[in-house]
Design a binder for this molecule. Structure first.
Ligand code: G6P
Length: 366
């Protein structure tokens, strides 16, 4: 089938807009009508492992960093995450009771494939979270977990990221269930939050105009900083990656708590700071970092929910309101403003959004 832009100006815009549907499809492949999670094929025996190692590149790497929070907090399994190019040459010990998870949209990234081969005969189980089920990474793993995002054309990954996150969240939930780490009630709450996720994502997409407005301001910047805490930290990294990939503005993601260990030295009225802060248990901490930025005349784009904006939005440069959603799922939700900020900034600058210079969709050489 021929893939077209379906009326959008760019494939990236189309792929961003498709997310409620494809996330719904991904959920539909793993959630049973009874409210359980079922994995394809022989599944994964989560009672048979002591640790997880996750390996990927680029945006898929940030999906792994996010999933680490879920596997550790919900399923209580220790997780290590590596970029594939580091993992493969470090020759890390892989204890026998290790589940190795490789995440790759294309399933063909050379470094990720090499890292997978290194784990063969070492890890107990090798699972691949992929968008292309016929890919090398899928074929060489014990179990392929498709993300069902559909063909992704834009070089900067968008819908594959949120589908990777959705599948990884379900894996963490399944691991927690199988290992007896979660009550029936808490499990059911997570399942019902998941079922509501496509609607919440649609709601977030309605912030498009506000994000376009904020992007007009970002387009004039030379450097942009993204801050987040807890599972919002990998989202800050992803927001910065998206922005630099397609708008060519230098951007860095930082853990909010690390602000005073370096990047605060850069803050002045010329450096916009995007703060990703849902009103969760870590909110007050992030807000106090945000205030350190504002005290140095930094211009803040605050992305939060209604309550968070009401509490902390005063005096910020721009506010983006996200719908309310279960705390555990906010990383998936906050991917939307990260993507749209990058997209509209790139459009405002007139760059080639779908084919950014020097980048390739799939990196099959080292
Ligand atoms: C390239 C793409 C990124 C992608 C990364 C990993 O750098 O531009 O969007 O995240 O490769 O690709 P993979 O197919 O392994 O997810």
């Amino acid at each position: 089938t021929r893939i077209d832009k379906a009326g959008h100006k760019h494939f990236m815009a189309k792929e961003i807009a498709e997310q409620p549907g494809v996330i719904g499809a991904a959920l539909g492949h793993y959630l049973t009508p009874e409210g359980e999670i079922s994995l394809p094929g022989k599944g994964i025996d989560f009672t048979n492992i002591d640790r997880i190692t996750m390996v990927a590149c680029g945006t898929a790497f940030y999906a792994c960093l996010t999933a680490k929070y879920w596997f550790e907090q919900i399923a209580r399994i220790p997780v290590e995450v590596d970029v594939a190019s580091e993992f493969r040459y470090r020759e890390p010990p892989v204890p026998d009771r290790t589940l190795a998870i490789f995440v790759s949209q294309s399933g063909e990234t050379a470094d990720t494939l090499a890292a997978l081969r290194y784990c063969e005969g070492r890890a107990r189980t090798i699972a691949a979270v992929v968008n292309v089920p016929e890919s090398s990474i899928a074929r060489e793993s014990d179990l392929a977990l498709p993300i069902h995002a559909g063909v992704e054309v834009g070089v900067a990954s968008t819908k594959a990221f949120t589908c990777q996150l959705s599948v990884l969240f379900m894996l963490a939930l399944k691991a927690a269930r199988d290992r007896g780490e979660i009550s029936t009630e808490a499990f059911a709450d997570h399942i019902s939050a998941l079922r509501g996720l496509p609607a919440v994502i649609s709601n977030a997409l309605e912030q498009n105009d506000a994000l376009r407005e904020a992007s007009r301001k970002l387009a004039a910047a030379r450097d942009v900083l993204f801050l987040g805490r807890g599972p919002m930290y990998p989202l800050a990294l992803e927001g910065a990656l998206k922005l630099k990939e397609i708008s060519y503005i230098h951007a860095e993601g930082y853990a909010s708590g690390e602000l005073k260990h370096g990047p605060i030295a850069l803050i002045d009225e010329n450096v916009p700071v995007v703060v990703m802060a849902p009103r969760d248990a870590l909110f007050d901490k992030t807000v106090s970092n945000m205030q350190e930025v504002m005290a140095r005349k930094g211009k803040v784009v605050l992305i939060s929910d209604q309550t968070g904006l009401a509490e902390a939005g005063e005096g910020v440069w721009a506010q983006i309101e996200m719908p309310h959603c279960a705390d555990a799922l906010t990383p998936i939700l906050y991917a939307i403003p990260a993507q749209l900020l990058a997209y509209h900034t790139a459009v405002a600058k007139g760059t080639d959004v779908d084919q950014p210079r020097n980048l390739a969709k799939s990196v099959t050489v080292e």
